[in-house]
Ligand binder design. Structure first.
Ligand SMILES: [Ca+2]
Length: 295
Protein backbone atom coordinates (compact mmCIF):
# COMPACT_ATOMS: atom_id res chain seq x y z
CA UNK A 1 0.00 0.00 0.00
CA UNK A 2 2.85 2.37 0.84
CA UNK A 3 4.34 1.78 -2.60
CA UNK A 4 1.04 2.52 -4.29
CA UNK A 5 0.53 5.85 -2.49
CA UNK A 6 4.09 6.88 -3.35
CA UNK A 7 3.44 5.87 -6.94
CA UNK A 8 0.20 7.90 -7.13
CA UNK A 9 1.95 11.06 -5.81
CA UNK A 10 4.72 10.68 -8.38
CA UNK A 11 2.07 10.19 -11.02
CA UNK A 12 0.24 13.41 -10.09
CA UNK A 13 3.44 15.45 -10.06
CA UNK A 14 4.65 14.04 -13.31
CA UNK A 15 1.36 14.37 -15.18
CA UNK A 16 1.75 18.15 -15.58
CA UNK A 17 2.92 18.96 -19.07
CA UNK A 18 3.45 15.35 -20.08
CA UNK A 19 2.25 13.93 -23.36
CA UNK A 20 0.20 10.73 -23.49
CA UNK A 21 3.22 8.64 -24.47
CA UNK A 22 5.07 9.68 -21.32
CA UNK A 23 1.97 9.08 -19.27
CA UNK A 24 1.80 5.49 -20.53
CA UNK A 25 5.51 4.96 -19.76
CA UNK A 26 4.91 6.28 -16.25
CA UNK A 27 1.92 3.99 -15.75
CA UNK A 28 4.15 1.09 -16.76
CA UNK A 29 6.75 2.22 -14.21
CA UNK A 30 4.10 2.47 -11.47
CA UNK A 31 2.95 -1.00 -12.47
CA UNK A 32 6.47 -2.32 -12.00
CA UNK A 33 6.66 -0.65 -8.59
CA UNK A 34 3.40 -2.26 -7.55
CA UNK A 35 4.46 -5.66 -8.86
CA UNK A 36 7.58 -5.23 -6.73
CA UNK A 37 5.28 -4.90 -3.72
CA UNK A 38 3.38 -8.03 -4.74
CA UNK A 39 6.63 -9.94 -5.18
CA UNK A 40 7.65 -8.91 -1.69
CA UNK A 41 4.36 -10.17 -0.27
CA UNK A 42 5.02 -13.43 -2.07
CA UNK A 43 8.39 -13.94 -0.34
CA UNK A 44 8.94 -17.65 0.21
CA UNK A 45 8.85 -19.01 3.76
CA UNK A 46 12.35 -19.27 5.21
CA UNK A 47 14.22 -22.30 3.90
CA UNK A 48 11.92 -22.78 0.88
CA UNK A 49 11.93 -21.75 -2.79
CA UNK A 50 8.72 -21.26 -4.78
CA UNK A 51 8.50 -23.75 -7.67
CA UNK A 52 4.83 -23.64 -8.76
CA UNK A 53 1.89 -21.36 -8.07
CA UNK A 54 -1.40 -20.05 -9.32
CA UNK A 55 -2.39 -16.62 -8.03
CA UNK A 56 -5.76 -16.77 -9.84
CA UNK A 57 -5.33 -13.16 -10.94
CA UNK A 58 -6.78 -13.54 -14.46
CA UNK A 59 -9.74 -11.67 -15.97
CA UNK A 60 -13.04 -11.72 -14.11
CA UNK A 61 -15.24 -14.50 -15.43
CA UNK A 62 -12.39 -16.39 -17.10
CA UNK A 63 -11.82 -20.10 -16.66
CA UNK A 64 -8.97 -21.45 -14.52
CA UNK A 65 -5.60 -21.69 -16.36
CA UNK A 66 -5.80 -24.87 -18.47
CA UNK A 67 -2.00 -25.23 -18.38
CA UNK A 68 -2.25 -25.72 -14.60
CA UNK A 69 -5.64 -27.29 -13.89
CA UNK A 70 -7.79 -30.04 -15.27
CA UNK A 71 -11.14 -31.34 -13.96
CA UNK A 72 -12.79 -34.36 -12.49
CA UNK A 73 -16.21 -34.34 -14.15
CA UNK A 74 -19.23 -36.43 -13.21
CA UNK A 75 -21.59 -37.54 -10.50
CA UNK A 76 -20.40 -40.97 -9.44
CA UNK A 77 -20.58 -40.10 -5.74
CA UNK A 78 -16.78 -40.25 -5.71
CA UNK A 79 -16.59 -43.15 -3.29
CA UNK A 80 -18.44 -41.20 -0.57
CA UNK A 81 -22.05 -41.05 -1.82
CA UNK A 82 -21.60 -37.37 -2.62
CA UNK A 83 -24.64 -35.70 -4.22
CA UNK A 84 -23.06 -33.19 -6.62
CA UNK A 85 -22.32 -33.43 -10.32
CA UNK A 86 -18.89 -31.89 -11.02
CA UNK A 87 -18.72 -29.78 -14.18
CA UNK A 88 -16.10 -27.65 -15.93
CA UNK A 89 -18.55 -24.77 -16.48
CA UNK A 90 -17.71 -21.21 -15.34
CA UNK A 91 -20.90 -21.41 -13.24
CA UNK A 92 -18.99 -23.87 -11.04
CA UNK A 93 -15.35 -22.67 -11.37
CA UNK A 94 -14.16 -19.28 -12.60
CA UNK A 95 -11.77 -16.46 -11.78
CA UNK A 96 -13.29 -13.47 -9.96
CA UNK A 97 -11.48 -10.55 -8.29
CA UNK A 98 -8.17 -12.39 -7.98
CA UNK A 99 -9.65 -15.61 -6.63
CA UNK A 100 -10.58 -18.99 -7.99
CA UNK A 101 -14.28 -19.26 -7.14
CA UNK A 102 -15.67 -22.79 -6.84
CA UNK A 103 -19.46 -22.51 -6.58
CA UNK A 104 -21.73 -25.27 -5.28
CA UNK A 105 -25.21 -24.73 -6.76
CA UNK A 106 -28.59 -26.22 -6.08
CA UNK A 107 -30.03 -26.88 -9.55
CA UNK A 108 -31.38 -29.78 -11.57
CA UNK A 109 -28.58 -31.03 -13.78
CA UNK A 110 -28.65 -34.03 -16.11
CA UNK A 111 -25.49 -36.03 -16.73
CA UNK A 112 -24.69 -37.50 -20.17
CA UNK A 113 -26.68 -40.69 -19.38
CA UNK A 114 -29.74 -38.64 -18.37
CA UNK A 115 -29.31 -39.25 -14.65
CA UNK A 116 -30.44 -36.17 -12.73
CA UNK A 117 -28.61 -34.42 -9.93
CA UNK A 118 -29.81 -31.76 -7.48
CA UNK A 119 -26.45 -30.01 -7.05
CA UNK A 120 -23.46 -28.98 -9.18
CA UNK A 121 -19.96 -28.03 -8.16
CA UNK A 122 -16.34 -28.34 -9.38
CA UNK A 123 -13.27 -30.41 -8.64
CA UNK A 124 -9.98 -29.11 -10.09
CA UNK A 125 -6.72 -31.03 -10.10
CA UNK A 126 -3.16 -30.78 -11.39
CA UNK A 127 -3.03 -34.47 -12.36
CA UNK A 128 -0.82 -34.91 -15.44
CA UNK A 129 0.21 -31.23 -15.27
CA UNK A 130 2.08 -30.83 -12.00
CA UNK A 131 3.15 -33.10 -9.16
CA UNK A 132 5.91 -33.03 -6.60
CA UNK A 133 7.32 -35.12 -3.80
CA UNK A 134 8.05 -33.20 -0.57
CA UNK A 135 8.04 -29.46 0.06
CA UNK A 136 5.56 -26.91 1.34
CA UNK A 137 2.09 -26.89 -0.24
CA UNK A 138 -0.17 -24.00 0.76
CA UNK A 139 -3.38 -22.27 -0.29
CA UNK A 140 -5.15 -19.16 0.99
CA UNK A 141 -8.83 -20.02 1.10
CA UNK A 142 -12.16 -18.65 2.34
CA UNK A 143 -14.47 -21.59 2.94
CA UNK A 144 -18.15 -22.07 2.19
CA UNK A 145 -20.43 -22.91 5.12
CA UNK A 146 -23.53 -24.86 5.98
CA UNK A 147 -24.86 -28.35 6.51
CA UNK A 148 -23.81 -30.67 3.67
CA UNK A 149 -20.81 -28.62 2.47
CA UNK A 150 -17.49 -30.47 2.22
CA UNK A 151 -14.69 -28.28 0.84
CA UNK A 152 -11.16 -29.66 0.50
CA UNK A 153 -7.61 -28.81 -0.56
CA UNK A 154 -5.79 -32.11 -0.84
CA UNK A 155 -3.40 -34.33 -2.77
CA UNK A 156 -3.30 -37.82 -4.24
CA UNK A 157 -0.25 -39.86 -5.25
CA UNK A 158 0.66 -39.45 -8.90
CA UNK A 159 0.45 -43.25 -9.21
CA UNK A 160 -3.32 -43.09 -8.49
CA UNK A 161 -4.07 -44.25 -12.05
CA UNK A 162 -1.88 -47.37 -11.81
CA UNK A 163 -2.18 -48.51 -8.16
CA UNK A 164 -5.52 -46.91 -7.20
CA UNK A 165 -6.66 -45.51 -3.87
CA UNK A 166 -5.60 -45.83 -1.06
CA UNK A 167 -2.30 -47.36 -2.25
CA UNK A 168 -1.40 -44.08 -3.98
CA UNK A 169 -1.68 -42.22 -0.66
CA UNK A 170 -3.77 -39.16 0.22
CA UNK A 171 -2.67 -35.97 1.96
CA UNK A 172 -5.55 -33.74 3.14
CA UNK A 173 -4.29 -30.23 3.85
CA UNK A 174 -7.74 -28.70 4.35
CA UNK A 175 -10.97 -30.59 4.92
CA UNK A 176 -14.00 -29.10 6.56
CA UNK A 177 -17.56 -30.24 6.96
CA UNK A 178 -19.94 -27.30 6.88
CA UNK A 179 -21.66 -28.14 10.16
CA UNK A 180 -18.30 -27.70 11.97
CA UNK A 181 -17.81 -24.04 11.15
CA UNK A 182 -14.49 -23.51 12.91
CA UNK A 183 -12.74 -26.88 12.50
CA UNK A 184 -10.11 -27.85 9.93
CA UNK A 185 -9.00 -31.46 9.50
CA UNK A 186 -5.50 -32.45 8.35
CA UNK A 187 -4.94 -36.12 7.47
CA UNK A 188 -2.80 -38.76 5.84
CA UNK A 189 -4.48 -41.85 4.37
CA UNK A 190 -2.76 -44.97 3.05
CA UNK A 191 -3.35 -48.68 2.51
CA UNK A 192 -3.60 -51.29 5.25
CA UNK A 193 -3.43 -55.08 5.41
CA UNK A 194 -5.89 -55.20 8.33
CA UNK A 195 -8.33 -52.32 7.62
CA UNK A 196 -9.78 -50.46 4.64
CA UNK A 197 -7.21 -47.70 5.14
CA UNK A 198 -4.45 -46.66 7.53
CA UNK A 199 -4.73 -43.07 8.73
CA UNK A 200 -3.41 -40.30 10.90
CA UNK A 201 -5.67 -37.29 11.36
CA UNK A 202 -5.83 -34.15 13.51
CA UNK A 203 -7.99 -31.05 13.84
CA UNK A 204 -7.49 -27.41 14.69
CA UNK A 205 -10.36 -25.20 15.87
CA UNK A 206 -10.48 -21.43 15.48
CA UNK A 207 -10.74 -19.63 18.85
CA UNK A 208 -13.79 -17.81 20.20
CA UNK A 209 -16.37 -19.34 17.90
CA UNK A 210 -14.81 -17.89 14.74
CA UNK A 211 -15.81 -19.50 11.45
CA UNK A 212 -13.48 -20.58 8.65
CA UNK A 213 -16.03 -19.05 6.26
CA UNK A 214 -15.63 -15.57 7.83
CA UNK A 215 -12.21 -14.89 6.32
CA UNK A 216 -9.29 -16.22 4.31
CA UNK A 217 -6.85 -18.56 6.05
CA UNK A 218 -3.63 -20.20 4.86
CA UNK A 219 -3.77 -23.99 4.92
CA UNK A 220 -0.39 -25.69 4.53
CA UNK A 221 1.54 -28.91 4.80
CA UNK A 222 5.31 -29.17 5.06
CA UNK A 223 6.24 -32.63 3.88
CA UNK A 224 9.62 -34.32 3.86
CA UNK A 225 10.90 -37.91 3.85
CA UNK A 226 9.22 -39.68 6.77
CA UNK A 227 7.17 -36.74 8.11
CA UNK A 228 4.41 -34.22 7.38
CA UNK A 229 3.58 -31.09 9.41
CA UNK A 230 0.15 -29.44 9.15
CA UNK A 231 -0.48 -25.71 9.60
CA UNK A 232 -3.47 -23.39 9.80
CA UNK A 233 -2.01 -19.91 9.23
CA UNK A 234 1.16 -19.92 11.36
CA UNK A 235 -0.17 -22.54 13.78
CA UNK A 236 1.48 -25.96 13.58
CA UNK A 237 -1.27 -28.32 14.79
CA UNK A 238 -0.02 -31.78 13.79
CA UNK A 239 3.22 -33.58 12.95
CA UNK A 240 2.83 -37.07 11.54
CA UNK A 241 5.96 -39.23 11.24
CA UNK A 242 6.47 -42.63 9.61
CA UNK A 243 7.28 -44.43 12.92
CA UNK A 244 3.79 -43.44 14.22
CA UNK A 245 2.05 -45.03 11.26
CA UNK A 246 -0.60 -47.56 12.40
CA UNK A 247 0.33 -51.26 12.51
CA UNK A 248 -0.78 -53.08 9.36
CA UNK A 249 -0.53 -49.91 7.27
CA UNK A 250 2.11 -48.75 4.82
CA UNK A 251 3.70 -45.27 4.74
CA UNK A 252 3.11 -44.33 1.09
CA UNK A 253 4.36 -40.74 1.19
CA UNK A 254 7.67 -40.96 -0.64
CA UNK A 255 6.55 -40.26 -4.20
CA UNK A 256 5.07 -37.38 -6.19
CA UNK A 257 1.54 -36.15 -5.42
CA UNK A 258 -0.79 -33.88 -7.42
CA UNK A 259 -3.12 -31.19 -6.04
CA UNK A 260 -6.94 -31.13 -5.84
CA UNK A 261 -9.40 -28.35 -4.92
CA UNK A 262 -13.10 -29.19 -4.63
CA UNK A 263 -16.38 -28.50 -2.88
CA UNK A 264 -18.43 -31.65 -2.40
CA UNK A 265 -22.12 -31.50 -1.51
CA UNK A 266 -23.40 -34.21 0.80
CA UNK A 267 -21.77 -37.58 1.30
CA UNK A 268 -21.09 -40.02 4.11
CA UNK A 269 -19.15 -37.60 6.31
CA UNK A 270 -21.01 -34.26 6.09
CA UNK A 271 -24.48 -35.71 5.45
CA UNK A 272 -26.95 -34.07 3.07
CA UNK A 273 -27.84 -30.37 2.91
CA UNK A 274 -31.01 -29.49 4.82
CA UNK A 275 -33.46 -26.59 5.11
CA UNK A 276 -30.79 -24.49 6.85
CA UNK A 277 -28.31 -24.76 3.96
CA UNK A 278 -28.04 -21.65 1.80
CA UNK A 279 -27.17 -21.98 -1.91
CA UNK A 280 -25.11 -21.08 -3.82
CA UNK A 281 -22.05 -21.59 -1.63
CA UNK A 282 -18.58 -20.48 -2.74
CA UNK A 283 -15.02 -21.45 -1.90
CA UNK A 284 -12.64 -18.57 -2.71
CA UNK A 285 -8.99 -19.52 -3.34
CA UNK A 286 -6.65 -16.51 -3.44
CA UNK A 287 -3.63 -18.62 -4.39
CA UNK A 288 -2.01 -22.04 -4.35
CA UNK A 289 1.78 -22.09 -3.92
CA UNK A 290 4.20 -25.01 -3.86
CA UNK A 291 7.73 -24.72 -2.53
CA UNK A 292 10.80 -26.95 -2.43
CA UNK A 293 12.97 -27.06 0.63
CA UNK A 294 16.45 -25.56 0.16
CA UNK A 295 19.19 -28.04 0.91
CA1 LIG B 1 -5.04 -14.10 -6.01
Amino acid sequence: MRLRIQGMRNLELALEGLKARHYICLLAAVGLLWQGGEAQKRKAPEGYTLVWSDEFNGKNGSLPDASKWTYDIGGSGWGNHELEYYTNRPENARIEDGNLVITARQETYAGPDGAKFDYTSARLKTQGLFSQAYGRFEARIKLPAGQGMWPAFWMLGENFGSVGWPKCGEIDIMENVGKELGINHGSLHGPSSTNATSDLTATITLPAGQKLSDDFHVYAVEWEPGAARFYLDSNLYATFAAPQWPAGGTWVFDHRFFLILNVAVGGDWPGSPDATTVFPQTMLVDYVRVYKRNN
